[in-house]
Design a protein around this ligand. Structure first.
Ligand SMILES: [Mn+2]
Length: 426
């Protein structure tokens, strides 16, 4: 008997505009082509492709995504490779439509009516059962695992689960809330999940449970290597899961300490530090075609004032690229955060009653306590609520512990501006 090889992916979001420029066609579509190509050319012959929901970004994208999804599925079917999928909250209607109207051979949408469906497949004379359920609307308030069958498969025939769900979500989740402990009560030996875009192993054994993560990171919160997972099932039933990085665009956040950086030649020093940090962070970069970076500068630094004025220039480099694995990978700067602090002694500024002293006292108080008083906390929250990026991407909302750092960084910038004006007026 031979191993069964399944390539597993989720959250393709075909049709999503990913703002990191220069990609033709868009990155999620490039990642889909790479996924299909990998199935067809992998050294380990792939028996089936498993997709755990959110294949389309929106139900309204049937026409736009019709050709490329159909072509990919047909190329796989022509080579005898099955595609087994469930729909997620983003493609609850369109995927069922697609399956019903096209009836592509060897494309199996499990549980399209919202009821669990278990199908038996035969690979190399071995039986494998795959069970899944699809979203039928953009929300699902109940726990889908509560209605999942407990019926065991025949001995020596593995049973896998395919699901789009929100594991251990806060109460009130409308995306199929389940508990990580639920999986242990079911007879499945592995679960492949979609919905959370960060790839994550939830349980290593009995059963094996994994979030595949988005096939292509969609914004700066989805950093690091993204792609598919190769699930190998040995004749003994033993399973192994290996990452297959496929995303052409990779997002990285770099934290760079500028404490000891002198003002002289600051541009050369900072550029070198950025590229050194990037080189250290860039593992599994063989598939990467482009990098998009967020720079987080921190530390008490003589560069504080220079950065306040000039840091955007760091994003102006023409044809920026980094050498990696014997080739040059282009990169662009998504954003730059100046969380450095000025090197001055804040206490000296707190004397008196002018605006500078009032602000310095406020900042010193927050710095020493490491947290904001309630009225400032509310102010920061109101400020964040108006941020256009956060409105669209609630996952990027800073943790409450970061509010104080955010307030201090804005406060120090204002203080520095006031000090500069005062000097100019002397
Ligand atoms: Mn998704």
């Amino acid at each position: 008997m031979t191993d069964i090889h399944l390539l597993c992916a989720a959250d393709l979001h075909l049709g999503r505009y990913v703002p990191a420029g220069h990609g033709q066609p868009p990155y999620p579509i490039q990642a889909w082509h790479r996924l299909v190509d990998h199935c067809l050319t992998s050294l380990q012959p792939i028996d089936a492709l498993l997709l755990a929901g959110d294949i389309f970004d929106k139900d309204a994208l049937y026409i736009e995504m019709y050709g490329l999804l159909r072509q990919g599925l047909c190329r796989l079917a022509d080579r005898g490779i099955a595609t087994i999928a469930v729909a997620g909250n983003h493609d609850a209607a369109v995927l069922a439509d697609f399956q019903r109207t096209l009836g592509i051979e060897n494309f199996h949408l499990l549980g399209a009516d919202g009821q669990w469906e278990r199908k038996a497949f035969n690979f190399h004379g071995r039986s494998l059962h795959i069970e899944g359920v699809s979203f039928t609307a953009s929300t699902l308030y109940s726990n889908p695992l509560h209605s999942c069958s407990r019926q065991k498969p025949p001995p020596d025939e593995p049973l896998l689960g395919l699901l789009h769900a929100d594991v251990d979500a806060p109460p009130g989740s409308c995306y199929g809330p389940v508990k990580s402990s639920d999986f242990a009560t079911l007879p499945h030996s592995a679960w492949l999940l979609g919905h959370i875009h960060t790839p994550r192993e939830i349980s290593h054994t009995q059963p094996f449970v994994r979030y595949c993560g988005s096939l292509q990171g969609l914004d700066i919160t989805e950093t690091g290597a993204h792609g598919a997972w190769l699930l190998t099932i040995a004749p003994t039933g033993a399973m192994a899961c290996t990452a297959i990085p496929l995303s052409p665009l990779r997002w990285e956040q770099l934290n760079i300490d500028l404490s000891d950086v002198e003002e002289a030649n600051w541009q050369a020093t900072v550029m070198r530090m950025v590229e050194t940090a990037l080189a250290e962070q860039l593992t599994d970069g063989a598939q990467v075609e482009r990098l998009a970076l967020r720079l987080n500068f921190y530390g008490r630094s003589p560069l504080f004032r220079i950065l306040r004025r000039d840091m955007q220039r760091l994003a102006n480099q023409e044809e920026a690229s980094i050498r990696h694995g014997g080739r040059w990978i282009p990169y662009s700067i998504e954003s730059i955060k100046n969380n450095t602090l000025p090197p001055r002694n804040l206490k000296q500024l707190t004397q008196g009653n002018d605006l500078i002293a009032v602000l310095a006292r406020q900042l010193l108080h927050c710095q020493e306590n490491g947290q904001l008083p309630p009225h400032l906390y509310t102010l920061v929250e109101e400020y964040l609520r108006c941020d256009p990026f956060l409105k669209q991407c609630s996952e990027a909302w800073p943790a409450e512990g970061e509010y104080c750092a955010l307030y201090l960084s804005q406060g120090f910038a204002l203080l520095d501006e006031l000090l500069e004006q005062k000097q100019d007026n002397l």
